[in-house]
Design a protein around this ligand. Structure first.
Ligand code: CS2
Ligand code: MG
Length: 408
């Protein structure tokens, strides 16, 4: 059998998603996610203009060979657009293989290594009262791990802290205001570094020692600033400090490590195992943060996590709302199968997104399971998708108080 059609669908049920649909000559359908937040049309064009023709007539069972053909054979390797496009093809092929076998994908990856997947929620608040109310909501729902993001005195808005959610509102689907041109936000690192440890102190005081706490630095610190934050958060026992410095400077992590035992996570903007090479072989991080959607799919992510596992580094896969439910399903199957699972990020999609994509994964008291539907267990309703055309939307950019453009 072979691939007979390949369609790229761009839809915006609440936010933009890029989906690949492959159909085999005997009618088996496979779905893949190539969503690249703010650069969706580039990934869609890469698929439509450069990959779709090469897929028609290929044997759908040859997943590794197809992956190597698209990665090694393309001359231009790596990069977010390429790796998101490869990811969509790879997920769709795994979806097809598992459907043909009549099993959920995790069975083909070695079977379940655990019963359920611990997830962490996003709690944020402009002040401590709002944050505390958000955390309480999650704890009541059974979550055992929560990411803490706080407003900073003197700054109007902070990325990752909901500007619109009312105090205590549980889910924060869209922390940043996205618009057709990037918004500009202000940033002040000294004020942030002074404030964050005081918030973690209050959280520990109110919620006790057991709740797992995480924090995302969104690449905004210099190495020595990051080292200072990691050190000042040590008494509050974080599960991880994420993206403390810009990701492309792998050496920076050595400096943070020299100063602190706070566990470190990074990688949501990485797209290949080579972005992690120094970080993994020198054990400079504790968690791998990429999404299968941005890292060459199931095949790319399995290679990366197997490599990380040799060095005792665990997974903490990216699960924001800008990865589609298909990409999220792929992450969950990998999480369930690998040995070196750490935790999964869970930012539930909006109701509109979940009406347009149907999923079989389930949430129960702080844990997810990918479900037992054959394949990925996630698909797109094309009729509903057609009702939500692409809408230009960008993440904000970030400037220091004097106007200098700053890191993310
Ligand atoms: C965040 C994301 O999930 C996270 O850790 O950093 O919300 C990230 O900002 C978005 O995925 C950007 O596309
Ligand atoms: Mg992040």
């Amino acid at each position: 059998m072979s691939i007979s059609t390949a369609d790229v669908i761009v839809t915006s049920p609440g936010r933009n998603f890029v989906t690949l649909k492959l159909v085999t000559s005997d009618g088996v359908v496979g779905w893949g996610d190539a969503t690249l937040n703010g650069r969706e049309l580039a990934a869609a064009a890469y698929l439509r203009d450069h990959l779709v023709d090469t897929l028609i007539g290929r044997d759908e069972d040859r997943i590794e060979d197809t992956w190597q053909y698209l990665y090694r054979g393309a001359y231009w390797r790596r990069g977010p657009v390429t790796m998101a496009a490869i990811a969509a093809v790879d997920m769709a092929l795994w979806d097809i293989k598992a459907k043909k076998a009549g099993v959920p994908l995790y069975q083909l990856l070695g079977g379940a290594s655990r019963e359920k997947l611990r997830v962490y929620a996003h709690a944020s608040g402009n002040d401590y009262a709002a944050l505390s109310q958000a955390i309480r909501g999650y704890v009541e729902e059974g979550y055992t791990a929560v990411r803490i993001q706080t407003g900073v005195p003197g700054l109007d808005s902070v990325y990752g802290v909901s500007a619109t959610a009312k105090p205590g509102e549980k889910y924060d689907y869209e922390p940043a205001h996205r618009s057709a041109r990037p918004d500009e936000e202000e940033w002040d690192t000294p004020a942030y570094l002074r404030h964050v440890p005081t918030i973690f102190e209050k959280v520990r005081e109110e919620f006790g020692p057991e709740l797992r706490l995480l924090h995302d630095g969104h690449h905004r610190m210099s190495p020595i600033e990051a080292a200072r934050l990691a050190k000042s958060l040590e008494p509050h026992d974080l599960l991880w400090l994420e993206d403390a410095t810009p990701g492309e400077d792998q050496d920076a992590f050595r400096l943070i490590r020299q100063h602190s035992t706070t566990p470190l996570a990074t990688g949501e903007v990485f797209n290949s195992v080579y972005d992690y090479q120094t970080l993994i072989t020198e054990r400079l991080i504790d968690y791998v943060r990429s999404a299968p959607t941005h890292t060459g799919g199931v095949t790319g992510m399995k290679k990366l996590l197997d490599f990380a596992g040799i060095y005792g580094i665990r997974s903490g896969l990216h699960g924001p709302t800008d990865v589609s439910p298909i990409g999220m399903a792929a992450a969950l199957h990998i999480d369930l199968a690998i040995h070196n699972f750490g935790i999964q990020e869970y930012m539930p999609h909006s109701d509109l997104t979940l009406e347009t994509f149907r999923t079989s994964y389930t949430f129960d008291r702080g844990f997810l399971h990918p479900g037992d539907t054959p394949g990925l267990g996630a698909e797109l309703d094309e009729t509903l998708a057609a009702q939500h055309p692409y809408t230009p939307a960008y993440l904000p950019v970030n400037r220091l108080l004097d106007g200098t453009l700053h890191d993310w």
